[in-house]
Design a protein. Structure first.
Length: 254
């Protein structure tokens, strides 16, 4: 069954807009941990957070507390640096997704070039796996990157769906769907779990699910958090799950 991983970075972004540098003893809002627990109760199978090196939204304290209270797995996105690897080994999340990181970007805008940096990424993956942390690689939907991720020790690939989400014509969307289909098929053949995410929303989800095989988990954040402003987080999660489980249900989101 296709599962939903909720990325709650944007909830932390809203908190940091008012409470940047907040100290213990305050009660900054919105509460990231409460949001994660609400999503968990609504059916999210995984909570995803990106602990950036500049700590622009998610903070170390968030990761620590989420790891303590969540019943569903915590997926920690991070850059593949020595400092972040040390943090992951300290936090011991269920899964680490290695992602590229650019200080100037608003959100992650491309896949990790595993093929071009294989020795370093292999070392990071080896350290994480030795600590019994599942390793995922956030990559563009290219078979060479899938194969490199497998060679580097990743057990999971998360296909970067940004180009599909940004496509404005049927021709471009179909091209991206074929790319994702080939990458997903190769990952499955190698025995890897296939996840996907970035820019997926209530409108473009159906076509993606129908055309891309072997999907296990979709990591979605912005669309659900945006919808939650209007209807509440539990409803937004429930609506997304309904679309994922039954794309032909006819559910429309205004």
């Amino acid at each position: 069954m296709l599962e939903l991983g909720l990325n709650i970075d944007h909830i932390a972004t809203l908190r940091e807009a008012r409470y940047r540098g907040w100290k213990r003893g305050l009660a900054p809002e919105p509460n990231v941990v409460q949001a994660a627990l609400l999503a968990e109760r609504a059916g999210a199978a995984q909570i995803t957070v990106h602990l950036r090196e500049d700590r622009r939204h998610i903070q170390d304290a968030d990761v620590r507390e989420l790891g303590r209270v969540l019943r569903v797995p915590l997926n920690l996105e991070m850059s593949a640096t020595a400092a972040m690897t040390s943090q992951a080994l300290r936090f011991k999340p269920h899964e680490v997704c290695l992602v590229p990181e650019n200080r100037q970007e608003i959100t992650t805008e491309g896949g990790l070039d595993v093929a071009g940096d294989l020795p370093r990424l292999r070392k990071v993956a080896r350290q994480l796996r030795a600590a019994k942390i599942r390793v995922s690689a956030f990559i563009d939907p290219e078979t060479k990157q899938v194969e490199a991720a497998h060679d580097g020790g990743a057990q999971v690939v998360e296909l970067h769906t940004g180009a599909y989400a940004n496509a404005t014509t049927a021709r471009d969307r179909n091209r991206e769907l074929r790319r994702h289909g080939r990458a997903a098929a190769r990952a499955n053949a190698l025995g890897m779990q296939v996840n996907a995410g970035h820019g997926l929303h209530y409108t473009n989800l159906r076509e993606f699910i129908e055309d891309v095989p072997h999907l296990n988990t979709l990591n979605i954040g912005h669309a659900i958090v945006s919808r939650a402003i209007l209807v509440g987080l539990d409803v937004a999660v429930t609506e997304m799950l309904a679309l994922m489980r039954s794309p032909d249900s006819g559910l429309l989101v205004d």
